[in-house]
Design a protein around this ligand. Structure first.
Ligand code: Z5A
Length: 217
């Protein structure tokens, strides 16, 4: 089991959201807010973040294995996560770095759980196995109506295996994310991602500032 939380460890911040929610558009902004506050930031992503994890990402997102079993998809997510934790996230946190991660285990509960229908209990078993007690300290959930997200994402070419899913799948994913946020309001802060970028970033800045103030206070 994974060992964690020493007092000197850095904070673990994750960013989540459905299709076209604007994670990529806002991650550099979040990093700049943290760095402006003097925090050494390591940016990374899931699935991926390590050479092996990126290879697993290709298997998961590419179209070569369309139709893979839901359990296979879940186990590959957690295999990539185990590698990511041991090779990158945990060492960085232990060195006092702040880890900013584009998606983490909430995505498994939202996509493989709510989206594909795998029970939360089974996912929680893997979460415990792979992560032990480690959970993100703060999660920003960029939320917007599925229609809006798909319209934004649709402007890009070549949808990946997840982006090729039907509308109903993304409705379930959105509901799954919002249920997590409702259960854990202190950790998961919902950002309304539907307005223009400036308004979205104003909300993000307020949450990050509040988090930093709380740590210092
Ligand atoms: N997945 C999973 O199933 N289980 C797991 O455990 C994990 C992941 C960890 C890869 O994720 C897939 O893996 C993902 C879930 C699954 N599948 N999906 N879908 P990813 O994060 O790499 O892929 P993504 O969700 O497609 O993220 P993305 O491609 O980076 O999109 P985004 O970051 O959310 O959006 P964006 O690229 O920043 O913005 C989309 C467009 O909207 C773009 O043209 C922007 O300029 C525009 N945009 C952004 N914000 C705005 C605002 N505010 N107004 C107007 N236009 C905007």
């Amino acid at each position: 089991m994974t060992k964690i939380k020493t007092s000197a460890r850095g904070c673990f911040i994750t960013v989540e959201g459905g299709e076209g929610a604007g994670k990529s558009s806002n991650l550099a902004f979040i990093q700049s807010l943290l760095e402006a506050a003097g925090k050494p930031v390591l940016f990374t992503r899931e699935p991926g973040g390590t050479p092996l994890g990126e290879a697993i990402r290709e298997l998961l997102l590419g179209h070569k294995h369309t139709g893979m079993a839901d359990d296979t998809e879940l186990l590959l997510m957690f295999a990539a996560r185990a590698e990511h934790l041991h090779r990158k996230i945990l060492p960085a946190l232990e060195q006092g770095k702040w880890v900013l991660c584009d998606r983490f285990t909430d995505a498994s509960f939202a996509y493989q759980g709510a989206g594909r229908g795998i029970s939360a209990e089974r996912i929680a078993t893997l979460q415990q196995f792979v992560q032990g007690v480690l959970r993100p300290d703060l999660t920003l959930l960029l939320d917007l109506p599925v229609e809006t997200g798909l319209e934004r994402a649709g402007k890009r070419s070549d949808p990946d295996r997840f982006e090729s899913e039907a509308h109903l799948f993304f409705e379930k994913v959105r509901t799954g994310y919002l249920q997590i946020a409702a259960r854990e309001p202190d950790r998961v802060r919902v950002i309304d991602a539907s307005p223009g970028l400036q308004v979205v970033q104003d909300q993000i800045a307020e949450v990050i500032q509040g988090y930093l103030d709380n740590l210092n206070g």
